[in-house]
Design a protein around this ligand. Sequence first.
Ligand code: ANZ
Ligand code: ZN
Length: 814
Amino acid sequence: MKKYDHSKIEKKWQKFWEDKKQFAADDESSKPKYYCLIEFPYPSGEGLHVGHPRSYTALDILARKRRMQGYNVLYPIGFDAFGLPSENYAIKTGTSPEIITKKNIENFTRQLKSFGFSFDWDRTVTTTDPSYYKWTQWIFLKMYEHDLAYKAKMPINWCVSCKIGLANEEVVNGKCERCGGEVIKKELEQWMFRITRYADRLIDDLETVDYLDRIKQQQINWIGRSEGAEIDFKITGQDHALTVYTTRPDTLFGATFIVIAPEHNLITDCQSQITNLKEVEAYIEQAKKKSDLERTELQKEKTGVVLQGVMAINPVTGKQIPIWVADYVLSSYGTGAIMAVPAHDQRDWEFAQKYHLPIIEVIAGGTIAKQAFVDIETGKLINSGQFNDMSVRQAMVQITKWLEDHGMGRQTVNYKLRDWVFSRQRYWGEPIPMVYCENCKKTGASVDGWVALPESALPLELPKVKNYEPTDTGESPLAAITDWVKTTCPVCGQVAMRETDTMPNWAGSNWYFLRYIDPKNNDQLADKDKLEYFAPVDWYNGGMEHTTLHLLYSRFIYKFLYDIGVVPKKCGNEPYLKRTSHGMILGEGGEKMSKSRGNVVNPDEVVKSVGADTFRVYEMFMGPFDQAIPWDTKGVIGVRRFIEKVWALYTGGVVIVDSVSPELTTLVHKTVKKVSDDIESQDYNTAVSAMMILVNKISEEKAMDQFTAEALVKLLSPFAPHLSEEIWELTGHKGSISQAPWPVFDPALIMDSEIDLIVQVNGKLRDKIRVPADINEQKAEILAKQSEKVLVHLKDREIKNVIFVPGRLINFVV
Ligand code: ANZ
Ligand code: ZN
């Protein structure tokens, strides 16, 4: 028996694949195409995480299976290399992010290759390459040209002491996460993308794709389409009405007060009328310090202040109701003002309790003394004049119609989705290809002074800087390179200033899957014919953490490229036909893997000690693919034993015979079916255990026939490709197993020889009996009549008819 030397075998086949360009996809082929995609990694200084190979192995298995099924498979890899970790490292050490990135990519490449993934390495893209980000910038120019990019003042979270903009997640209890200092809202000019124009399509087109349900739901929730009405409330002493947004126009008769957001401009409009202005302004100051998240937290005690001196008029009752300012109403949603219906909205109910405001029940069915009654399916309208007795749904339509007829309201749709802030005040990102020209603003050549660079100026390369640190003013470090900032206007030739913000992390990952199709094209984002052949992606697998924003943003950009004809119509308007997600790999003990916990598993060490094949099979075997699973060293050892067992079978452990036992034959065919199916449903763990069962059976019988010998190694080859290649060669085959045809099972052989036949009397199940699968009607009738359970129902009755469904049931009609 030969010794299993994983290191030698793995190196040998990795070199073989690389030399032969075994996994290069063909741009043109008579074969059908199949495009497998995984999320390209961020090349961090820490190197590959054991979580990466979980997803990469899964789709590698699919890619390898598809090749064996006769597809021309595209399975590419690249690096998403702009972003904060490299920049922060640069700030700390003074090394340029470029050098750091190059080093990290080299390390990642080495690691990825050590796993034997069947990537097409010739198509590698890196988002920080000017030849790549030229097209990221080009997409920006196209967005601008189509009025989907614009500059606007946006409030951002601003830490007063760090002098830096913070993401929402970095604000904790209104304080800066790093220094604990005060965080305020600061208005900064930012580039924005009008993703909201695509909101409906981003929801509706989900019907045409095959995503896991929870992924679709995340997309839908993030967009947050809500249908309702805007209602105008007259304000005493004012000409303009105040408009509220509500999803429950049916509750209008129960609106006993109005609540506006602290930022609402009604406060300035009514300034002279408001008699407690000081108190109101103090409240507004307080509210500014809270994040939206804190303000809308349900459990939080509600606060507010009433506007004295002004009232609103309920349009249906004509009654005057007070106006409150409270921070649980956000300025950024709807109209920034609500009609409060304490009887039927829990937040309003709590607010009314606290401030002793009237609660009027208008939907019967609840106990509003205890809590708001929010059910919309069962209740009927009361205290609502002509609308009494209607159902909630009827009243929604009828009251909205009444408002429309009287010019006091209208049906509307609202979205939680906001336009997308596309500026970062950072160094390590794609420069935004825009300049600001005073002269063009004066002459009217540009309305706001912003002028787009021509395509010929791309790529606009990121200049070298000495200092990577963000500046005091919140500008990016690029602002400090005055001779880069100062430029000439491409329109009028006068002095202009470059935009110094850079693009966000998402910019490069929005469209990378299109570039893989034609990665070296200098004249176009990608060639049309090539796109037509390979796009869209057939199956995209990635982390759960990217199923909201990355998925949404990249679907948006793809739809835009489709709209402007960059993506051919034939490709369809969704980038990914199928999207799945894997669970995280946790540290041994079940906690998140992290340096500080000291529970990080280094993939290099695992590959070295047990081999890539064992690593791959272990990660597929460790548990259900979509669930978070802790690493388990014992499990790794178990899988290694299985791999060694397979090796032993083919290196002298068993003999090859002409025919094997019927049980083994059945088992082999069943295993072919199971592994084939399980790969499609991502039940990799049960596929591996099916192969384990087969291997045990073969070891037991100490023999296998040619079909079994070939089928097993073929089934295993996508999981453990190195070992399988070696066995394939040892058993006298020519060429790579990756090109051998995928095994097929004989359906006749996997039929069970015995079945449970259902026995019914007058259609009611009375018994199940064990019979040969191919039993005929006569025999079935005889056996069925021997069952006690059946007999009691046949006693003293005349059998009028017998219905027999072969292989399924027999039914006596009496
Ligand atoms: C009256 C009402 C009565 C409401 C009722 C609900 C229940 P979605 O589904 O999220 O769109 N609302 C509107 N604008 C708001 C804002 N800027 N900040 C906080 N809350 C706001 O929710 C819409 C509902 O949320 C609206 O319908 C409004 O309260 C509130 F029995 O109006 B409703
Ligand atoms: Zn100009």
